[in-house]
Design a protein around this ligand. Structure first.
Ligand SMILES: [Zn+2]
Length: 99
């Protein structure tokens, strides 16, 4: 299994979005890639920041409180032998979901 993250938007999704806003792009895949160059460049810029850890995609995680333990349910492996009231998981850093 690869640890490589998929881009948030694929090339095809960017082309579809561009065509939804501006109409069909004539000229085949070369024209479609050329017309969406800037959008793909911006996507790649932000993807690189995410990969380098300079920009985080915020996700909420749930903690399980049972038998006096707090366990993060995102599989980050964080577990603590007491119930605490954190806002962010000390293991993965994601925001803890509150009811
Ligand atoms: Zn976690």
């Amino acid at each position: 299994m690869s640890n490589e993250r998929k881009p948030l938007l694929s090339d095809e999704e960017i082309i579809d979005e561009q065509e939804a806003w501006n109409g069909p792009i004539d000229g085949g895949i070369v024209a479609k890639m050329s017309e969406t160059y800037t959008a793909r460049w911006v996507r790649d810029f932000y993807e690189r920041l995410i990969t380098e850890g300079k920009l985080r995609v915020v996700q909420e995680v749930e903690l399980n409180y049972a038998d006096g333990c707090s366990t993060c349910l995102c599989n980050c492996g964080w577990i603590q032998l007491r119930e605490d009231d954190f806002n962010y998981c000390p293991g993965c850093g994601n925001k803890i979901k509150r009811p």
